[in-house]
Design a binder for this molecule. Structure first.
Ligand code: CTP
Length: 407
């Protein structure tokens, strides 16, 4: 998932030849999962057609204060539009529009919406090289920056005039990257390496049977999504689940057995600043597994000899350095808090997330969970029954509060 996914974006296109590139920009924004509303200045319509833009954005294109084709004179409310937007991107921004933005002119819908907006505004100028060099123009750009608008600088190269120099609008992928990086820069876990395990492990009995558990992986996947949203680079090591992950910042490694999970976790642990073991790792595995299906005539195989799996979390606690934060999960049925606190000590954890099987709607399979967060110094934070996505947010809020200095 991109940081732009689900964001409401106003794309303002003004009347310059670079407007043709804004079609690609619109395409990229839509592909990132954003809801994009295009506003054209009247002269932009000479460069790009509303039909192309409305087809790509799946919305009517706005340009006038009133919809002239509609007899009821529907007002395109610039205030509502501005409030709807999470961000406003004006690309290309011509010298004319920049000057009007800098002096609070509102003689078209795009400008009136700009003046009403409270969201971040990005502008990507495009003009011929001498216009770009012009001091009045430079001053307008600087004024707009001083008002808090975000300037996406021009590129140098061939210009529509046939001249060569500075003035080309930044390329659409560069504009998207600029916005994404700008949105990410304030994220609390920016570029932190986070390792999360999720799901059950399956321990093979024979070619078709295994020992497993009811974990669906939902909690671990929710944690990974929240960490990525906070700016982290996440490695998610997951046992078998039916879930899928579509996030540029979450690398998924699929495993089946506890041994495979252990081997993958070891590869990624040292470089991880925060590790959360939410997987329901099987404590035991069959001493031996059969390549073929065991036939029911094999009565001597009615009992399966089990051996213990490695305790991955314990290993991580024993091999933790001072800068790492290690969080475990505990699933208990009685003396919950006491046992969870003991696990913090035994496995050298920084915090533990306690799931109680006594809570309705909590634990395996549900979309909701009810957890208690306990840190190494014994501070307890109980949360209400919530969607697992919200539980994941609570857990990271708590980690960020407790380990603010380390992170
Ligand atoms: N865990 C692990 N490796 C295992 C078993 C569990 O890393 N072989 C981790 C889980 O991912 C979880 C934590 O240990 O973060 C707690 O697991 P839990 O089953 O509640 O506790 P156990 O340590 O197995 O202890 P007990 O069965 O006695 O409750």
């Amino acid at each position: 998932m991109s940081i732009l996914s689900g964001k409401n974006i106003l794309l303002g296109i003004t009347g310059g030849i670079a407007a043709y590139k804004s079609i690609f920009l619109l395409r990229l924004l839509v592909k990132s999962g954003a809801n994009v509303q295009v506003i054209l200045t009247p002269s932009a319509k000479d460069f790009v057609t509303p039909l192309t833009l409305s087809t790509l954005s799946n919305r009517p294109i706005l340009s006038d204060f009133f919809d002239k084709n509609n007899q009821n004179k529907v007002w395109n409310n610039h205030v509502d539009l501005a409030l709807w937007a999470d961000l406003f991107v004006i690309a290309p921004a011509t010298s004319n529009t920049l000057s009007k933005m800098a002096s609070a002119r509102a003689d078209n819908l795009l400008l009136a919406t700009y003046l009403s907006s409270k969201c971040p505004v990005y502008f990507a100028p495009a003009m011929d090289l001498d216009m770009h060099k012009n001091m009045a123009n430079k001053e307008n750009i600087n004024r707009l920056i001083s008002f808090g608008n975000k300037h996406i600088p021009v590129n140098s190269g061939f210009l529509a005039s046939g001249l060569e120099g500075e003035g080309r609008m930044s390329e659409p992928p560069e504009i998207v990257d600029f916005i994404k990086n700008d949105l990410r820069k304030d994220l609390k876990l920016l570029n932190k390496k986070i390792l999360i395990t999720a799901g059950p492990t399956y321990e093979s009995i024979d070619a078709v049977r295994f020992i497993g558990n009811y974990s669906t992986g939902k909690m671990g996947f929710a944690l990974a999504k929240v960490a990525a949203k906070l700016g982290a680079d996440v490695t998610l090591i997951s046992g078998p689940t039916s879930l899928s992950m579509n996030d540029d910042y979450v690398k998924v490694i699929n495993v089946i057995t506890a041994d495979q999970m252990f081997s993958e976790v070891k590869k990624h642990y040292e470089s991880s600043e925060i590790t959360i073991m939410s997987a329901a790792v099987s404590d035991f595995k069959p001493r031996s597994s059969f390549d073929k299906k065991i036939k029911k005539e094999n009565k001597n195989l009615l009992s399966i000899e089990l051996v213990e799996n490695v305790d991955i979390l314990k290993y991580l606690g024993e091999n933790k350095n001072n800068n790492q934060i290690l969080v475990g999960f505990a699933l208990e049925t009685d003396n919950e808090v006491e046992y969870a606190k003991l696990k913090i000590q035994k496995k050298n954890l920084d915090a533990i997330i306690l799931n109680s099987l006594n809570d309705k709607g909590a634990g395996f399979g549900h979309d909701t969970n009810k957890v208690t967060y306990i840190n190494f110094s014994g501070t307890i934070q109980k949360f209400k029954l919530k969607l697992k996505d919200e539980v994941a947010k609570d857990i990271f809020d708590q980690i960020l509060t407790d380990f603010n200095e380390k992170i």
